[in-house]
Design a protein around this ligand. Structure first.
Ligand code: HXC
Length: 262
């Protein structure tokens, strides 16, 4: 039987937890881990209830210490190496474009492909002890799962190029200052903090939640005019949706809204 490298748990209705469980290799991403992450994302997306997925690494040491360096070293030729990069890129793009919001619970090292996974998720919360970096250059290679593009967009090209070209990691506190992560908490309250955020998101009107993500993720690629048009169109759809009517009416009636997802 194949090793199980990804565990999927429903923490509560609407909130899934994906744990990468290849702890002996610091949760390094090989093809099997990527396949199992994809299969788990499929299960999450197949659940109409799903609102938020939290992704973390098993153990106290690493979120994900990178793509599997042995697998990279053994890539027999250009085509295989190219395919490996595209495989990860496609999977991470699926997280980015999923209707389900995602939170990286960065419990330790998030390096190379591990940092690239975190970058593709919607939010990043790090333990104080975590270190994040793109150390590929120390191996004579560069990031290949989207890091050069997403990091530059998130923290600016100077900081991104520094991290990628020097290979030097940053501590969680510095990552927060740079805007690379969205929160830093002690390791023992990491899951609690991610869950706190996930619960807040999961109780929002489902259609508005999905549109919020679609617009903000879209803003990275769209021209401003395209984004504003998309926003106005989605805003109007939300206003006339049942939940939009309910939410605005509930405010006027001074009561809590009851959202139903339509
Ligand atoms: C394969 C890895 C690994 C990785 C760690 N391990 N990272 N195996 N791929 N990325 C394995 C080690 O070989 C070791 O296995 C075990 O995990 C524990 O790691 P140690 O090195 O013994 O731990 P420690 O001394 O505490 O150092 C921790 C570390 C170091 C600083 C995180 O492991 C490290 O530098 N790892 C590599 C980080 C990296 O360069 N990542 C980028 C990879 S390239 P054994 O069997 O000896 O116990 C990449 C490209 C992405 O991500 C794009 C692809 C297209």
């Amino acid at each position: 039987m194949a090793d199980q490298y990804v565990q999927l748990q429903w923490v509560e209705p609407g909130i899934a937890l994906l744990t990468i469980t290849r702890e002996k290799s610091l949760n390094a991403l090989n093809s099997e881990v990527l396949d199992q992450l994809e299969a788990s994302l499929n299960v999450v997306e197949d659940s109409p209830e799903a609102r938020v997925v939290i992704v973390t690494g098993q153990g106290q040491k690493a979120f994900v210490a990178g793509a599997d360096i042995a697998a990279i070293n053994q890539a027999p030729d250009l085509e295989h190496a190219h395919h490996f990069a595209e495989r990860g890129q496609k999977l991470f793009h699926r997280f980015q474009t999923s209707r389900v919001l995602s939170i990286a619970a960065i419990n330790g090292y998030a390096l190379g492909g591990g940092m690239e996974l975190a970058l593709a998720l919607d939010m990043r919360i790090a333990a104080e002890s975590a270190r994040l970096g793109q150390p590929e250059i120390n191996l004579g290679i560069i990031p290949g799962f989207g890091g050069t593009q997403r990091l530059a967009r998130l923290v600016g090209s100077g900081r991104a190029l520094w991290m990628i070209a020097s290979g030097e990691p940053v501590l969680a506190g510095d990552a927060l200052t740079m805007g690379l992560v969205d929160g830093v908490v002690p390791l023992d309250s990491l899951m609690e903090e991610c869950l706190r955020r996930a619960r807040i998101l999961a109780k929002q009107a489902p259609l508005a939640l999905v549109e919020s993500k679609r617009m903000v993720v879209g803003s990275r690629d769209w021209e401003v005019r395209t984004g504003l048009d998309a926003e106005a169109e989605a805003f109007a759809r939300m206003v006339v949706s049942k939940d939009g009517r309910e939410g605005t009416r509930a405010f006027l009636e001074k009561r809590a809204p009851e959202f139903r997802g339509d």
